[in-house]
Design a protein around this ligand. Structure first.
Ligand code: FAD
Length: 449
């Protein structure tokens, strides 16, 4: 009988352990379920998903079928229809994904076979000597590296796809200005090979510069599983011996960033509540303000702080934001506007094409000071100094904030010092950073007392 492969966060055919397992067992019927739970994913993420699906449809020679509905109804119905021997999936480790899979497995009368996960090392595998999960990144990453991972899985030559006449067409991507070229498997691999050929050698120094294209931009592909991190890790090992010592530091650095992604997935598995609540209790009882007009100004990139506004506008325009600017904008919301991080995290998830519960919500907590390796709460980013340092010529700000394009060079970070700085309608600063920093520290002191 046919082997169903139910695709979820694994929209690719290369290095796909579950697909390999299915292909070794028989003919493969690839299916994707448009789950009503996706409805709140936001336009950029939905568009990215559909771009990756179209590519998967091509990669399976048009065999991929799409059905809409609740997976616990759709998958068992399809299994009965085709008389399948088994339903294969990549293992899921998020709280919602695990609950969904348990419902589907319970509704099936054939085996539900999970092979691999969207991570190089399955979340839950890496533990402290006493068996407890890690609570801090650096020791986790050492243990993760020691644990190691398997080589990429080969799809057996001659994999046979089951072809079915199906009514439901592939869902079209919605209209969006988000950058989606790297959301498909072929686009992601092309981007990765280009990045690996030259740009990665400077990654260690360029990655923090908001004005440069110094990062891989593979977060969307990793989110959708258009590429498996193991593929990337194997390539890093392969090219390392031929690179300079400085370049090898960059390769190592890239590996460490992938480890952050794996760490946060591990944290979410062990502490599902940390998705929307403070992971640590270091700020228990601290006073926050309800999101109001200032929050709206932050969402729309009208805070009057150029580096913050550039980031928030890049998010709305591209469905992506540079990591350094994610930290600065998140810090601004929590420390300058005193708004609890879940409000900001929700806004990010709605607009990021790479929006990922584990990485986003723990990244927010890191910045807010409630997370695992939380930056100490009293360390408050200065949005102007951050801009001057990580966008030294102001190019990033001018790219995203057209009202400031008349200001040359780094002066763009302080338009209030430029005589005609607001000539094109750029807003005044909505808060006084120095005063709000003091306010944040006073609120901290109140709970520490
Ligand atoms: P690169 O620098 O090329 O890094 C390669 C890959 O490593 C990334 O694609 C990503 O998978 C992983 N990675 C890098 N940095 C981190 C990190 N700090 N934490 C976890 N994984 C990391 N990343 C998401 O994938 N989805 C999110 O929703 C998300 N939200 C964030 C929210 C905040 C407030 C912060 C501070 C960070 C967030 N990140 C998120 C992490 C990081 O900003 C992005 O992964 C990165 O900017 C993606 O760009 P890139 O692919 O070019 O990264």
């Amino acid at each position: 009988g046919a082997q169903i492969v139910w695709f979820r966060r694994d929209l690719r055919v290369h290095d796909h352990p579950a697909l390999t397992a299915a292909a070794e067992a028989g003919d493969v019927l690839p299916v994707f379920v448009v789950d009503p739970a996706f409805e709140d994913a936001g336009v950029p993420r939905t568009a990215a998903l559909r771009t990756a699906l179209a590519a998967l449809h091509r990669a399976t020679d048009g065999a991929l079928i799409v059905r809409s509905g609740r997976p616990e109804q759709v998958i068992p119905a399809l299994a009965a229809e085709v008389g399948t021997d088994a339903v294969h999936v990549s293992g899921e480790t998020t709280p919602g994904g695990r609950r969904r899979d348990a419902r589907v497995e319970a509704a099936l009368d054939v085996p539900f076979v999970a092979t691999g996960t969207p991570y190089a090392v399955s979340p839950g595998r890496v533990r402290k000597r006493d068996g407890e999960p890690f609570r801090v990144f650096t020791p986790f990453s050492k243990a993760w590296l020691e644990h190691g991972w398997r080589a990429p899985a080969e799809l057996p030559a001659g994999t046979r796809w089951v072809r079915r006449a199906e009514g439901e067409p592939l869902p079209e991507p919605p209209e969006t200005s988000a950058e989606l070229g790297w959301a498909s498997e072929e686009g992601a691999l092309e981007r990765w090979h280009g990045f690996l050929d030259d740009a990665i050698d400077d990654y260690d120094t360029a990655r923090d510069r908001a004005d440069l294209d110094g990062t891989s931009r593979l977060s969307i592909a990793l989110k959708l599983g258009a590429v498996h991190p193991r593929t990337l890790l194997a390539d890093l090992d392969r090219v390392a011996p031929s690179r300079s010592a400085a370049a090898q530091r960059s390769l190592k650095r890239y590996q460490t960033e992938l480890a952050w992604r794996e760490f946060y997935a591990d944290v979410l598995l062990h502490h599902p509540r940390s998705a929307w609540r403070d992971y640590g209790d270091q700020l228990r009882g601290i006073a926050y303000d309800e999101p109001g007009e200032l929050f709206d100004a932050w969402c729309e990139g009208r805070t009057g702080f150029p580096f913050v506004d550039a980031g928030m506008r890049q998010l709305l325009a591209e469905g992506w934001m540079h990591n350094r600017v994610r930290m600065v904008t998140a810090s601004f919301l929590t420390k300058d506007l005193h708004v609890w991080w879940p409000h900001g995290a929700r806004h990010f998830l709605r607009h990021l094409a790479d929006g990922d519960l584990a990485s986003n919500n723990h990244g927010w907590q890191w910045t807010a000071g409630t997370g695992t390796d939380a930056a100490p709460y009293f360390r408050v980013f200065n949005p102007v100094l951050q801009g001057q340092r990580f966008d030294p010529d102001g190019d990033y700000v001018r790219r995203w904030v057209p009202e400031l394009r008349h200001i040359a060079g780094a002066a763009v970070h302080e338009p209030w010092r430029v005589p005609d700085g607001a000539a094109h309608g750029y807003p005044e600063r909505i808060v006084d950073h120095k005063a709000e920093r003091e306010e944040a520290l006073a609120r901290l002191a109140a709970v520490k007392r």
